[in-house]
Design a protein around this ligand. Structure first.
Ligand code: SF4
Ligand code: SF4
Ligand SMILES: [Zn+2]
Length: 479
């Protein structure tokens, strides 16, 4: 028997073991096990792959918020009307959606082609001027039909690319989308065409109702834009916004956030956005390690949802911690704050609402203000039944605006939405979370693939790897 010193004190691990995770290896993409641990207020995923070894991935910089979101913001999932693929190889190799997916699509992307007038170093679709291909009208209509058949009345459909505004049949695509019962249509664009062709923006205004421009807007500085987009786009972005403002086209600024490049600018961008009448909000998304940006950032030093949330709270006095809440359909991946712009002032509202409203209402990540329960809650805030705890200075100021609200009604123009969206990549892949992904891609073959798995396994060029992984599952059942 090995000699042990019986008086040696037992040591504790330097972390709290939280849970086991089914993940994939960032190197070979084989399914592997990982464990979630909490250490120094942060959450890490420690993975082990038999051929490739260990990897530690930062999952959250704020373990308290992460745990609260994960445990408190749970609700039964809303299902799509139909699933398109059977369960055969197991998650995540059955996407389409398979019947084990736990969430319908709050938003579906339709990629209309690969061509783009930019060549962004972080493009997950690897689009660019060198790729000439566009999807045909027939394929695009099939994709739109797939979304309608899965969702009935889809909440949000986003036309994406490549750069969708360059598609030779762009207006026909808009007409085709408008003919279908889509509640909210978004155009995911780099804004170059909108900036350079005022006539294009004027024509876009004909589609204004129920349509929103989802405008790439990562930074107010050309150096950061060069790093992220490969071009000095500051003035182009500003011109695009002027043309959108002139035509009063609803716009969301989309900021892809990269550590050390533009993560210090979030407060400034919020202030900038609040100045424009046409801007309805900002979406902040930590850069996904996919496509041209795959494998770029060290896993231990990545930017996460809680990292972005923390930076917003540090850099902006507009929102408090109570305002930026998990979105219940996918709390690991979505956080949201919601406020009103009135008479040149801004009032955050989410912190004044009972979070139960979010939990009980039908979920809709992008157009929350359309949920009747939320509208009612806002109406309640404006009513005379304001309790003493709500008589904060800010609320009193808000009540001063009542006459204006009563005169004009609460309109979409008054809305300002802050959304933080994190897409999983190979590093922080967690099947528990991926199964709840509610942002999906439609495909011409009628399948619908979650964002979290699409760039890893299902995009063109990844299929061969997927087939190899499926073969491995067949050979070694328990991968
Ligand atoms: S991610 Fe969803 S659709 Fe894809 S295999 Fe897993 S459960 Fe099925
Ligand atoms: S990220 Fe968008 S703008 Fe940039 S290359 Fe890709 S499709 Fe084009
Ligand atoms: Zn591996």
């Amino acid at each position: 028997m090995e000699q042990v010193n019986l008086d040696t004190p037992r040591r504790s691990r330097p972390y709290i073991f939280y849970d086991v995770v089914r993940s994939v290896c960032s190197t070979c993409l084989i399914r592997c096990e990982g464990k979630l641990i909490i250490q120094d207020g942060k959450v890490y995923l420690d993975k082990w792959c038999r051929p490739c070894g260990r990897e530690r991935v930062l999952v959250a910089e704020d373990a308290d918020y992460w745990g609260w979101a994960r445990e408190r913001f749970m609700k039964p999932a809303e299902m799509p009307l139909r699933f398109q693929t059977p369960m055969k190889w197991g998650c995540p190799y059955d996407c389409g959606l398979c019947p084990d997916h736990q969430q319908h699509a709050c938003l579906v992307l339709i990629e209309v082609g690969d061509h783009c007038n930019l060549h962004c170093p972080i493009c997950f679709a690897e689009s660019g001027p060198h790729r000439p291909t566009w999807r045909s009208m027939e394929e695009i209509e099939r994709m739109l039909d797939a979304v309608v058949s899965a969702e009935g009345r889809p909440d949000v459909v986003q036309l994406s690319g490549g750069e969708p505004t360059l598609h030779p049949q762009f207006w026909e695509i808009l007409d085709a989308a408008k003919q279908r019962p889509i509640r909210h249509l978004m155009i995911n664009t780099n804004g170059v065409r909108i900036a350079k062709e005022p006539e294009f923006a004027r024509r876009l205004a004909d589609y204004r109702k129920g349509t929103e421009v989802y405008l790439q807007f990562d930074s107010l500085r050309d150096e950061a834009l060069l790093r992220l987009r490969g071009a000095r786009l500051r003035s182009v972005r500003e011109q695009a916004l002027e043309n959108l403002e002139a035509n009063n086209i609803s716009t969301t600024l989309v900021v892809t956030v990269m550590q050390g490049v533009n993560d210090h600018e979030l407060g400034e961008i919020i202030e900038y956005a609040l100045k424009w009448r046409c801007i309805r909000g900002i979406t902040l998304q930590p850069v996904q390690q996919a496509g041209r940006h795959e494998g770029y950032t060290a896993s231990e030093n990545r930017l996460t949802l809680t990292g972005v949330r923390k930076r917003v709270l540090e850099q902006s006095s507009r929102f408090s911690s109570d305002d930026i809440l998990p979105v219940p359909c996918h709390p690991d991946a979505l956080a949201m704050a919601y406020g009103l712009k009135l008479n040149g002032k801004f009032f955050p509202l989410t912190g004044l609402m009972d979070p139960q409203v979010l939990l009980n209402g039908p979920d809709n990540t992008i157009v929350l203000e359309k949920i009747p329960a939320v509208r009612e809650e806002i109406a309640k805030l404006f009513s005379t039944g304001i309790g003493p705890e709500l008589q904060a200075k800010q609320l009193n100021e808000l009540l001063c605006c009542l006459p204006q609200i009563e005169a004009n009604g609460l309109g979409y123009e008054n809305v300002f939405r802050l959304l933080i969206v994190r897409f999983a990549d190979a590093s922080d892949f967690d099947l528990r979370s991926v199964k709840r992904c509610c942002i999906h891609f439609a495909q011409p073959d009628g399948t619908i693939i979650p964002f979290d798995t699409y760039n890893l396994f299902y995009r063109d060029g990844r299929r061969e790897k997927l087939e190899q992984l499926r073969r491995q599952v067949e050979q070694h059942h328990d991968l």
